[in-house]
Design a protein around this ligand. Structure first.
Ligand code: ZN
Length: 377
């Protein structure tokens, strides 16, 4: 892989670093039969490409829709954990489950990728604190509090009609219990109000596992300067999301304009096929064609991702930013980051911009290792 006339051997810098990606949704693909050992390019992940990309630690999120019936939440997450565990156990020479920073170090020394488990959407605990113990014991080491719709106790960033201020009393108990267990609180997807409530209570550093900078792309999923400063003060960390719609204002605007123009047809497609993007595509091919043509004109590349990293470094220093790709959870990625094998392009870009090897190591994974060690041991 070459990168824009770079003389420096960026791969050697990259290989020396501990590289951690704080978020992917590949477990959902595994549930539909994807094999992590394969080179199947319908996924953004896979062991061969993770090795190529020099990934040392990958967080695998078990995602649940907010609509999941309460009695199915725990068993659905258990099934996802079972699926991931089964796939990992079939590849013991290259990947291993990981519950602590110490285990991550051991795995790295043994040439194995560390797989860390997470939950995306607090709806998973079915409004019962005992389920936090259960999931901790099953290996879950961070939980994203909410998703694109608010749940019973935490308000989502997308919620424009908030039923309470950020967290309920039960929501506050969840944060206290997570602190006690040593499970990292993830504020990605949380509203500003929920963020404020979390930061009043938490005694541990928090993460925003897969979010970007609001000032560079004003999406509700992104973090304001004030929030970034609060996370830095807390000793926490922001994993930059690779989704074009959170990275580029122009891309977001073009995407929105297509949504608005074809809103009736898109609504109908979602009504008929809420789950299957493939079926929606078949139902309204002309909309997808128009969308592809429009967004092809907007350039988003590795440099755009590094702009977000750079912004946080300039605002609060190099200790509070990392990577949160959202691979397999998003449908449009920057040029040069099409899948996990291309993560070294970020190292190349950071070197081009004059970053020191020390700071690059922090950004690629050192910062996550620090928080992981502090919260999970
Ligand atoms: Zn997400």
């Amino acid at each position: 892989m070459s990168c824009r006339g770079l003389n420096h051997d960026y791969m050697s810098t990259h290989k020396k670093a501990f590289v951690a990606d704080m978020h992917c949704d590949t477990v959902l693909r595994m549930m539909k039969g994807f094999d992590i050992a394969s080179d199947d390019t319908s996924s953004h992940m896979g062991i061969p490409r993770m090795q190529q990309g020099g990934i040392d630690l990958q967080v695998f999120a078990c995602w649940l829709d907010t609509d999941t019936p309460v009695e199915q939440c725990r068993s659905t997450v258990d099934e996802m954990i079972d699926t991931l565990e089964a796939q990992i156990s079939r590849n013991p020479e290259s990947i291993a489950l990981c519950h602590s920073a110490d285990e991550a170090e051991k795995n790295e020394a043994g040439g194995k990728i560390s797989a860390v488990l997470a939950i995306e959407n607090g709806v998973a605990i079915a409004n019962d604190l005992a389920n936090l113990d259960h999931f901790y014991n099953r290996g879950i080491r961070y939980m994203t509090l909410t998703h694109t719709a608010s749940n019973d106790w935490c308000i989502s960033s997308a919620d424009t009609n908030q039923a309470f201020h950020g967290l309920t009393d039960f929501g506050r108990d969840v944060i206290k219990k997570m602190n006690k267990l040593g499970m990292i609180v993830d504020v990605s997807h949380a509203s500003v109000s929920a963020f404020e409530e979390v930061m009043k209570i938490t005694t541990d550093p928090v993460i925003a596992s897969h979010s970007c900078v609001y000032n560079l792309c004003p999406h509700d999923r992104n973090l304001t300067d004030e929030q970034i400063k609060v996370i830095a003060k807390n000793g926490g960390l922001i994993g930059i999301n690779f989704y074009n719609g959170y990275l580029s204002t122009r891309w977001m605007e073009v995407d929105d304009s297509i949504d608005t123009f074809y809103s009736d047809e898109i609504d109908e497609a979602y009504r008929l096929y809420p789950i299957s993007r493939k079926k929606r595509k078949e139902f309204i091919p002309h909309v997808y064609k128009a969308w592809r043509e429009a967004i092809a004109k907007v350039e988003v590349n590795v440099g755009t991702v590094v702009d977000h990293i750079d912004y946080i470094v300039k605002l609060v220093g190099p200790d509070y930013v990392g990577l949160g790709s959202d691979y397999d959870g998003v449908h449009r990625l920057p040029d040069g980051l099409d899948d996990c094998s291309m993560v070294p392009n970020i190292t190349a870009e950071l070197l081009l911009r004059g970053y020191s090897e020390g700071d690059i190591r922090k950004i690629l994974g050192g910062n996550f290792r620090r928080v992981f060690k502090q919260v999970c041991g």
